[in-house]
Design a protein around this ligand. Structure first.
Ligand SMILES: [Zn+2]
Length: 234
């Protein structure tokens, strides 16, 4: 788990790696890529090539850094996302929660090269940004097995990822971590809260010891009990 400080907000992209390849889950805000690369370097794994990027969903604080990870030439990482968010990530549909005005306010302070790269990637794309669509229940052959769990509600195509070898759930924004506890998703950013809480029921079946929330970081201990309580199953 990486801790990326974006002004007042801290977000937690996750990396999974072995000696040959690395996977990055979520990419921060527009312009975040250099800071993420620096965190990877500080973790001592900066030499390992980035082979894949998984986007848990379409929100700007998750996809914003993507353009700078995809070189115009040379070996690009494979980008994964669920089909129900892929159109927004590909720029063929508007992003669900970011108005053009708000997007402009994010982009305006950035260096022109970063801004242009973002616009070329998401606003006037010449090719799809998503290379592979994720399906509910599929186990990606990444880091010893990464199970995709479709958890709509926060966005239609939101996914959580379960890493079986470490019994870790990468929750994206399906839950928040606050004061050492798991909380439901942020109400102001979750258009379908009822569905989002229904989605949490799917997580109870997994043997989870650690949850990484993109907002709030790592929670360990009685996490399954906490998830069941949030899903109204206790
Ligand atoms: Zn988020």
């Amino acid at each position: 788990m990486l801790e990326l400080h974006l002004g007042p907000m801290t977000v937690c992209p996750t990396i999974l790696y072995d000696k040959d390849s690395m996977v990055l889950v979520d990419t921060g805000m527009p312009g975040s890529a250099p800071a993420i690369r620096e965190l990877i370097r500080q973790a001592g794994v900066g030499e390992i090539p980035l082979s894949s990027i998984i986007l848990t969903h379409q929100d700007i604080d998750h996809i914003g850094g993507l353009p700078e990870f995809v070189p115009v030439e040379g070996q690009a990482p494979i980008v994964y996302a669920h089909k129900d968010d892929a159109d927004a990530i590909n720029g063929t549909e508007p992003m669900l929660k970011v108005t053009p005005e708000r997007l402009a306010s994010f982009l305006q302070p950035l260096p022109e090269t970063v801004r242009m790269l973002f616009e070329r990637t998401f606003l006037h794309p010449s090719r799809p940004n998503v290379d592979r669509l994720l399906a509910d229940g599929e186990i990606l052959p990444i880091a010893g097995g990464l199970t995709v769990i479709h958890t709509p509600g926060h966005t239609p195509g939101h996914v959580c990822l379960y890493h079986q070898p470490s019994k870790t759930l990468i929750a994206g924004d399906a839950m928040l971590a606050m004061d050492g506890k798991l909380k439901g998703p942020n109400p102001s950013a979750t258009p379908h809260m009822e569905q989002a809480l229904q989605s949490l029921k799917k997580l109870i079946a997994f043997d989870i010891e650690t949850v990484i929330c993109y907002h709030g970081g790592r929670i360990q201990g009685d996490v399954t009990h906490q998830i069941a309580a949030l899903a109204g199953q206790l």
